[in-house]
Design a protein around this ligand. Sequence first.
Ligand code: ZN
Length: 357
Amino acid sequence: MKSNCTISFSRNDLQRTRLWQGKCPVKNCTVDIKQHKVSFQKYKGKMRYLAFCPEHGIRIHKNGFVYYNGSSPADLITATKRNLMFHSDYYVTNFLKKKNKMESGRLCYESSEDAVSYNVFTELLSNGAALKRLVGNILKRHIKDEVELYLWGGKIDLRNNSFVQYKPLIKVRNHLERDIKRFATEPDIMLVIPKKVVICIEAKFGSKNPIAKEQKEKQEEKPKSKIKLIERYCVKNRIIDTKELFDFSNTPKLFYEQLFRNIVFAASMAKLEGNVNWYVVNLRNQHVMNLKRGKPESMPIMRNIRSILKPRYKKRFTHLTWEDIYNKAVKGNEELVNLAWYLKNKSLNCGRAFNIL
Ligand SMILES: [Zn+2]
């Protein structure tokens, strides 16, 4: 199954998927999607097939869709570019073709937090002043220095079309995760002012922050339980003295393992960057939090994370929403009208993605 469609869909083009009626989520589409199936992935040894609209080039999932133009590598490039509104050629050259990112082929998903991160942060980078304003907002001070953007561990250099891994990240991985294959810690977004500050941002779009589980990990996987996580990332850490950082005497019931690893990595990388200040930001979707009140997606995070940090480090962890980014760095900026449009019209599960009017 193939499709020649190269259009991108935003929330006004879509309605909720009505799979049971055999309907494509694109408004006014008349294709009977039950007649068209594409292979998706193996589940318990059996191939699963999902409905497909050949007219609109999308594979239809329970709640949303995935751009799909066919199964070849060239088709994947076409599909991925449809979900990247900004600097898509750079992504294809430096990430998709060179496999510089884990699961680099998943940015064609409507629900991809990586695609949203890529679109928003590369476009902010292309307008350096907006990126500085955002960093100034996180650090609560005026920023004069240039800010470097790293996505999935590599420095984004749009002008020279190049990508270089962040050396401190490689060193920290080699020290803490040498034996881990599935998957090494990969900070979504890093903002670095060389020799001055390291900020790690863990971005969520529709999903929740993962928590530690009392389970045994498989070989070459990261630990899953709180005790083993602390053992690997703190007790065995020789880059920083984590006893200065954390206070585990009263850990909350929910242990946000990904944010915990982000803090260890940020502090360790900041040490290697020249003993500079570090910050960790959990970037979430206010609209999803409003819709999912009381569910894990909307859990308050600040008090939980700060409760495992010693007093002088509590404020190094903060919380931000995509809507905050719009209000603080995008809104009213004439050079970022396309990004403003994107944030207002991006879809999630075929509905509105953000609470931006
Ligand atoms: Zn359709």
